[in-house]
Write a protein that binds this ligand. Structure first.
Ligand code: ADP
Ligand code: MG
Length: 254
């Protein structure tokens, strides 16, 4: 049996008295494109943030590639990892947000080179060569010297994807990567994500782009109010939803 790339077992997360994740169970296989959909406020971003150590879970277990996120287990006891150990786990996970969060004072290629140099201590020439390849791959080989302000939203988002890939992650998390884009710029970003999927990248994609989910997704989970309501192959869930909450949501977005 292959180790799941992500496994969640009974994951709970609260902010103060607000119970946001109420026992999430799911598995993401290696090389899978796993789509996470659901209404605003259902906890999708919170779940991604837990995978990427931006939030700590309150109960349950979360593993990435067989390693407990943030903890080491000895017997039945859990010990919190040191900051340096958490940093090592996070290095392997790329994240792309709705807002592109590029460094405004750096060119596209400098944005892509930054993390490998700063975090991995990589030589500049090596980081530059990889960044050139990655920008080429996302269709921006001719924009390497542009600053973010000189790029469209869709181009900035593709730089953000290249920047995440520069750390050679084993898992990519996308949190509504096209939601902030003008409609005519969405396609180029989805094409880049489709290419990544074809190359075998494991991806969790929070999206309202049901066309993408249907064509590229291998699995789809519908989440509402902090629980997994329904899951299955995207084609099955999208064309034949079983739960009323799923039907109600899909009738609004499809
Ligand atoms: P989604 O991404 O599905 O729209 P989120 O995970 O962003 O949902 O949010 C789920 C709920 O958690 C929302 O009600 C939101 O207000 C709340 N929430 C998210 N982050 C925090 C936080 N840091 N502090 C308090 N509440 C939060
Ligand atoms: Mg969100």
């Amino acid at each position: 049996m292959t180790t799941p790339m992500v496994k969640a077992e009974g994951v709970h997360k609260s902010f103060g008295a607000a119970h946001i994740l109420k026992g999430i169970d799911l598995e993401v296989a290696p090389r899978e494109v796993f789509c996470l959909v659901g209404p605003s406020g259902s906890g999708k971003s919170t779940f991604l943030r837990c995978i990427n150590h931006l939030e700590q879970i309150n109960a349950g277990r979360l593993w990435v590639d067989g390693q407990l996120v943030g903890y080491r287990q000895k017997g039945d006891k859990l010990y919190e990892l040191k900051d340096s150990e958490v940093a090592l786990q996070r290095r392997d996970i790329g994240m792309v947000f709705q807002r592109f969060n590029l460094f405004p004072h750096m060119t596209a290629i400098e944005n892509v080179m930054e993390a490998p140099i700063q975090v991995k201590g990589e030589a500049k020439a090596v980081a530059r060569a990889r960044a050139e390849k990655l920008l080429d791959r996302v269709g921006l080989g001719d924009k390497t010297k542009n600053y973010p302000s000189q790029l469209s939203g869709g181009q900035q988002q593709r730089v953000a994807i290249a920047r995440a890939l520069a750390m050679e992650p084993k898992l990519m998390l996308f949190d509504e990567p096209t939601s902030a884009l003008d409609p005519e710029l969405v396609g180029d970003v989805l094409d880049v994500m489709r290419g990544l999927a074809e190359d075998g990248m494991t991806m969790i994609v929070v999206t309202h782009e049901m066309g993408f989910a249907r064509e590229v997704g291998d699995a789809l989970v519908f989440m509402d109010d902090g629980v997994v309501v329904e899951s299955g192959h995207p084609r099955d869930v999208l064309t034949n939803p079983q739960q009323d909450r799923t039907k109600a949501f899909l009738s609004k977005v499809l």
